[in-house]
Design a protein around this ligand. Sequence first.
Ligand code: ARG
Length: 259
Amino acid sequence: MVNRKVALWLIVALVVTLGLAGCGQKTAEPATAKVLKVGAETTFPPFEFQDAKSKEYVGFDMDLIRAIGKQMGYKVEIVSMGFDGLIPALQAGNIDVIASAMTITPERAKKVNFSKPYYKSGLSIVVKKSNTAINNFKDLEGKKIAAQIGTTGAKEAKKISGAVVREFNSTADAFIELKAGGVDAVVNDLPVNQDYLKKGGDKDAKLVGEVLNAEEYGFATSLKNKELMGKIDKALQDLQKNGEYEKIYIKWFGKRTVK
Ligand code: ARG
């Protein structure tokens, strides 16, 4: 008798719990909200990085893709992964779009669909402050260079004759190696180098030489998904027209340097 009562109460409790769980899900997320899964390598400030306090992914790209998603009526979800894993993840359908300061190159364009360019960039060199031997790309010949794996910086470094190129999972690791004296230089995107120096890196490192290659960043979708890229380009254009893009640009770069 007692056992039966206990069993009955358990069933009631179970039904109530399941019911509530169901309700919770429904109110938090309407079944109709479309999700845009965005892949990024998130150690690349000021474009994509994790905020130390909130643990949120923040940066120029993150703000821009969230604004694009909102414009398209999608809920944006950021998926963090290695830079060299982004294109394979897109091809496998694990993410819908790449927003990772990715330079538009003819080689990559064979594998992904690029958006209209959304940021103008270029490569530059960082060396130790005490280094007077390296002043330009030519001086990198025969030197040890660090770069982030799979990037245009790594590719450019490999073209330099006699150079030994070491590829790191993150740009931060490349800078650590420079500081430790394991390499002579880091070749990486200029705005990211500037950000590193501004945030304390300039105590023992400096930028040298010219800015190489006019590079432009684009968002990328799978070659199969032309429709999605159409929507992204349209949203990007809307944000450029209505001043939202400008706001985000100024938030991260202070002033507009290039149009
Ligand atoms: N712009 C360079 C490239 O496309 C580097 C991008 C690295 N991005 C990142 N989020 N780590 O190769």
